[in-house]
Write a protein of this length. Sequence first.
Length: 269
Amino acid sequence: MPQRRLGRSGLLVDFINPVKRALQEGQVAWGVALPDCSDILAKLSVDTGPEFLWIDLEHRAYGPNEVRWVPIICRQADVSPMIRVPGLDSNWIKKALDIGASTIMVPQIDTAEQAKLAVEYCKYPPEGSRGVSPLWPMMMNVDWSDYLPVANSETAVIVQIESPEGLDNIDEIAAVEGVDIVFAGPQDIAASMGVIGQPRHPDVVEILNGFPERVAQFGKPAGITDVGFEHAARWRDVGYRFINIGTIAHLGLDGATDAFERLRSGQGG
């Protein structure tokens, strides 16, 4: 089914998720995170050239209403709005998708059953149980008749593993159909191992180093987050394929842009 169509406004609408596109082409999907719920910061962030913008509704004080324009800013720049919801909750997932997210991250996934629910909540029937009433198409002059038939294929589902139980069940979780990326949460893995605040502890790093290979057995890419070029390049070399490199507040606009150029050119850490 074609995923590039003329919308009601006469503009070409692209329903090809930039994250999925990069992964299908054998590339790394690079991202930056939104440091605060600001449309200006969102615009500056997407202008650095990522595949996705990390919009965090788990650990930030704001909700869908405060960031409602950010996914549209992302879509206009051919960047995937990646929203991390607070947990495995169909209402949060539905709201995130309806304001325009094309990639959803669900934290604290410990079992295959939870991973299956994450997929179900992200997909329209018959593949899932997502309710039908997306808001963002109206704001971009996109017809439902254009978006709805390709919504399921556009949406990427990320499950985040952060606990010993999740690590024990990683094979079963990675095998779940509809899970696109299996994400390692360094801070929470460190906390669960008794070294809270030490994601670079040798025991944590050992687990993180082996993470991509474990999920790759099931044809799934691994994801991780860190700050800056050096660490991002290292995780790329370990095998991670979905990597957040921080925020423009951490890196500065020039630093983020330069990091993407160097990483894509294959320069070392």
